[in-house]
Design a protein around this ligand. Structure first.
Ligand code: FES
Ligand SMILES: [Fe+2]
Length: 443
């Protein structure tokens, strides 16, 4: 029998202290009812980044965007005021503005030609004479809340939402030292589609640099990982690390990743990644329960022709990291999630995060896919199913791939250690035996 949404939600225990915190329950990653709930309760009620101020700096400039299923247009009116509307015609609900961005004094609906001013007012209806009880002034485009911070345009579908300022809380203070608006200019945009739930991408972003030394060799060659810090706030998390390069560093990374790494996540789906004179933002957009898009906007301090080669090099460095992250995120096989559950152990459990939420990595070396391996194998029933199902074994082999040789011993050691930690709790498995069987199958 299908579990109720309430029971799925109650699987997670938010009251647990940090040292007992766990990954959110696996159905939250694949159940369409949870995805719907997120759209209704999260994305429709939080301030969402919709675009950039530089897209709507001049009167008449506009851009369109989809927020969940809702089409939105953001436009600066002739009076200089920035507004946002549902991009839905009041006549028969066609999309009024069909371009991604542009500049216009008024918008003409492509369906029957109704026209709207760029302040949203309904200006004219074709062949509409004689229609009774129709008040043109009450049939403008429906407005939604819009506000800006730095170069980011936010909208909020909730008519009774609090202010953007309240939502951002101390985030502007965290970002202020970067002097983004003053020092950085937008240069380019890339959009990636990933075959995973949007939260997988966010999880990966928030794992505290844990995967950086393993999954991002190039980036790791300049990050001073032992000084990597994490600070958690109500609706944000700041990861930061000093950078330094030496003869072992990758040249393109050392050339474009200077100063201090600054990785800020704003609940629920926006990230700012900055180095000296270099920034990109990531906006994670759920497309389906198992699909999301990530919009990368690249900014640079110097966007002159003289800096073009270095800026391109910097984007290539980001693309490499993104490719590496995509490989990991896509590796979260839906089948594994559905059949075996996502494992309820997160790195926090083993990294002894201090109560103030800031920590430095000083523990054992782990292989890149350690986190995935844990997730795959550490539920009581999972390893039986892994052994029984060849396709799952094959998927597992895909995930860990050619780097298998050097991690067997480490993973075994780690899991024994984890097993010891878990012993006496509900989900005890004999990790030694389970893993030996699995690895014997694989190699
Ligand atoms: S739907 Fe827009 S004019 Fe008819
Ligand atoms: Fe990453």
């Amino acid at each position: 029998m299908e579990r109720s949404v309430d029971s799925l939600l109650s699987l997670y225990r938010p009251e647990n202290p940090l040292e007992k915190a766990s990954t959110i329950p696996s159905p939250w990653y694949f159940d369409p009812r949870i995805a719907r709930l997120e759209n209704e309760r999260v994305f429709a009620h939080t301030w969402q980044v919709a675009g950039r101020v530089d897209q709507v700096r001049e009167k008449g400039q506009y851009f369109t965007v989809e927020l969940g299923d809702e089409p939105i247009v953001v436009v600066r009116g002739e009076d200089g005021v920035l507004r946002a509307f549902y991009n839905v015609c009041r006549h028969h609900a066609a999309a009024v503005v069909t371009e991604v961005q542009g500049c216009a004094k008024q918008f003409r609906c492509p369906y029957h030609g109704w026209t709207y001013g760029n302040d949203g007012t309904l200006k004219g209806m074709v062949e509409f004479e004689g229609v009774c009880d129709f008040d043109r002034t009450k049939n403008g485009l429906v407005a939604i809340a819009v506000d800006t911070w730095e170069n980011f345009v936010f909208v909020n579908l909730d008519g009774s939402a609090g202010s953007l300022k309240d939502f951002l809380a101390n985030v502007p203070d965290l970002v202020a030292p970067l002097r983004l608006t003053e020092k950085l200019n937008f240069l380019d945009r890339r959009i990636y589609t990933l075959n995973c739930n949007w939260k997988v991408y966010v999880d990966n972003y928030l794992d505290g640099g844990y995967h950086v030394p393993h999954a991002h060799k190039g980036l790791s060659s300049v990050i001073e990982y032992t000084s990597y810090t994490i600070e958690n706030f109500d609706r944000a998390c700041l990861q930061s690390s000093p950078l330094s390069s030496d003869s072992g560093s990758e040249a393109s990374v050392a050339n474009t990743r200077l100063g201090r790494a600054f990785y800020l996540w704003l609940y629920p789906n926006f990230m700012i990644n900055a180095y000296e004179g270099v920034m990109d933002t990531n906006l994670v957009l759920p497309l389906a329960v198992d699909k999301c898009a990530v919009v990368f906007d690249y900014y640079f301090g110097d966007t002159s022709a003289a800096a073009e080669e270095r800026n391109r090099q910097s984007i290539r460095v980001s693309e490499v990291v993104q490719d590496e992250d995509m490989a990991i995120c896509d590796g979260f096989r839906k089948k594994l999630l559905e059949n075996h559950g996502l494992v309820c152990i997160k790195q926090n459990t083993i990294l002894d995060v201090p109560a103030n939420g800031t920590r430095e990595h000083d523990l054992f070396e782990v292989p890149a896919f350690f986190y995935q391996v844990i997730q795959v194998v550490f539920v009581r029933d999972a390893y039986h199913a892994l052994l029984d199902d060849r396709s799952v074994v094959e998927n597992f082999r895909d995930v860990v791939g050619s780097r298998a040789e050097n991690f067997y011993a480490t993973v075994i050691g780690l899991l024994v250690r984890l097993g010891a930690k878990e012993r006496g709790q509900e989900r005890v498995v004999n990790v030694d035996d389970a893993l030996r069987k699995i690895f014997d199958e694989l190699w």
